[in-house]
Design a binder for this molecule. Structure first.
Ligand SMILES: *[C@@H]1O[C@H](CO)[C@@H](O)[C@H](O)[C@H]1NC(C)=O
Ligand SMILES: *[C@@H]1O[C@H](CO)[C@@H](O)[C@H](O)[C@H]1NC(C)=O
Ligand SMILES: *[C@@H]1O[C@H](CO)[C@@H](O)[C@H](O)[C@H]1NC(C)=O
Ligand SMILES: *[C@@H]1O[C@H](CO)[C@@H](O)[C@H](O)[C@H]1NC(C)=O
Ligand SMILES: [Zn+2]
Length: 438
């Protein structure tokens, strides 16, 4: 009898209440300034040796700074290590838990009367309730779509906004990395503007395309990030004694070639094979069914970068020049409202060599003309813990840039109504303009 009772207690503890939300008390964020190739090398070794040091910005060649989150007990060793190698550093956030406490995560229920607040983050149920309500509110324009399923069986819900047949498609994929909360939040803001804005350019962007919008493509990870562990990035599949695959290293494009790990404890663990994860496998199958896709936008944070494929080379492949030209102009449009400064370029030249991402698979296998990865705000001050008061401005400026992207590609005839991509017409036009100026 006593044994049964004990077993029961153990069962109870492990099934509920046992896993308390992880606290980051006195965890500090370090900004490290490497100045030599050797500094980069030893930081890379450190990263490989200690998977529990959470690198928010990786030590890749030529980065101006590296960011690391350290637990209180590792701080003396880390500081010692940096001093020994002659690297300057500063602690930019002394106690990360204080920043986490400033983030609010709200439910969204029917009482919200049809409007999300843009000064708070929402739970997965909250976002899905809002989606359900949009479908009711705009029955002729909005339909619910299911992009696939997660490991734990949650649907990857999204909306399709369509003002009629015959339109070409724009896809927004957000929240594939769980802790990048601004990604779903800004994406929801954009979806809401597409449905309710009075701005003529926004209205025409909304009307002229079919929009497929997935705010949370890693639902298990997202839930884990606000219920249990704020800094979670991967999905939640158990791999031996560890958990999770980096869903943006698991796509079947140059899988495991660069910037990914074979170690399940790593934040960039690529999985047991290309498309080993239900999320990436099912979402890719859904994407294959979308006809006439002109734009695929994968929304991440942070770093203020607009990236184009591919991540295996700095060579300008495919329509690189058009994509970067259009992207740069769109980042000009993005900066108008609040002066937010983005860097534009190929993944490998701007960020690091990395492969197996959704954007690369979409470019390689679906041949979509304009594929971009956004790394939203900020440039390191708050990193993944972007204060909720920045949700609205981030959404506004990002939408400005998307509207501009669509406008430019059409203006320069790079995507026509038949979807035929005209090679380098933009460059020709630019050259003609420059010649006439001279
Ligand atoms: C965090 O550090 C402060 C100052 O050193 C200390 O007083 C406090 O007890 C620490 N908090 C936790 C939860 O360890
Ligand atoms: C929603 O609308 C109802 C009826 O108009 C009102 O009574 C209620 O206070 C509103 N709730 C919120 C959260 O605004
Ligand atoms: C990089 O990947 C792309 C897409 O798979 C491929 O076409 C290209 O040949 C690769 N380049 C190098 C240098 O590996
Ligand atoms: C924008 O960022 C680039 C690259 O990081 C930098 O060279 C430039 O000075 C920045 N511009 C402004 C206005 O901050
Ligand atoms: Zn990301």
């Amino acid at each position: 009898m006593r044994i049964i009772l004990i077993l029961f207690v153990i069962y109870e503890l492990s099934s509920n209440g046992f896993c308390e939300k992880f606290r980051f008390d006195n965890y500090s964020l370090y900004k490290i300034l490497p100045t030599t190739d050797d500094h980069i090398k030893v930081l890379q070794d450190l990263q490989n040796e200690d998977p529990y040091l959470d690198f928010w910005k990786d030590p890749t060649p030529k980065v101006p700074f590296v960011m690391v989150l350290s637990s209180p007990d590792k701080k003396p060793k880390l500081e010692n290590f940096l001093s020994q190698h002659g690297m300057d550093f500063e602690i930019t956030i002394p106690n990360v838990q204080e920043n986490i406490d400033k983030e609010t995560v709200r439910e969204y229920t029917r009482n919200n009367n049809g409007s999300m607040s843009w000064d708070t983050y929402y739970t997965l149920d909250g976002i899905n309730n809002w989606i359900a309500q949009l479908i009711n509110q705009y029955p002729n324009i909005v339909s619910g779509i299911v992009g696939g399923y997660s490991y734990e069986g949650r649907p990857i819900l999204g909306i399709k906004i369509s003002h009629g047949p015959g339109r070409r498609a724009v896809v927004l994929e957000a929240g594939i990395h769980a802790r990048e909360w601004i990604s779903p939040a800004a994406t929801n803001f954009i979806a809401n503007e597409l449905l309710s804005s009075d701005d003529e350019m926004t209205k025409s962007a909304a009307r002229d395309y079919d929009w497929y919008i997935f705010p949370v493509t890693n639902p298990d990870g997202y839930v884990w990030s606000y219920k249990e562990f704020r800094m979670w990035r991967k999905n939640r599949r158990p791999i031996g004694v560890h958990f999770g695959v980096d869903l943006n290293r698991n796509w079947n494009s140059n899988w495991l070639r660069f910037g990914a790990s074979t170690n399940p404890i790593s934040n960039t663990y690529a999985g047991t094979g290309p498309f080993s994860e239900p999320e990436t496998r099912s979402l890719s199958e859904y994407l294959r069914t979308i006809k006439d896709m002109d734009y695929y936008l994968s929304i991440h944070s942070w770093g203020q970068m607009l990236l184009v494929p591919f991540g295996n080379t700095t060579e300008p492949l495919d329509n690189y020049h058009d994509a970067v030209n259009i992207g740069r102009r769109a980042m000009g449009a993005l900066s108008v409202r609040y002066g937010t400064n983005y860097t534009t370029g190929n993944i490998a030249e701007v960020l690091y060599f990395a492969t197996g991402g959704s954007d690369e698979w979409v470019k390689e296998h679906l041949h979509v003309p304009f594929v971009y990865c956004y790394e939203l705000r900020d440039s390191g001050e708050h990193g993944f813990l972007l204060p909720p008061e920045q949700i609205r401005p981030t959404g506004e400026e990002t939408l400005d840039s998307i509207v501009d992207l669509l406008f430019q590609a059409r203006r320069f005839g790079l995507v026509s109504s038949s979807g035929h991509v005209k090679v380098s017409l933009l460059i020709m036009l630019t050259s003609i303009l420059m010649l006439s100026v001279i």
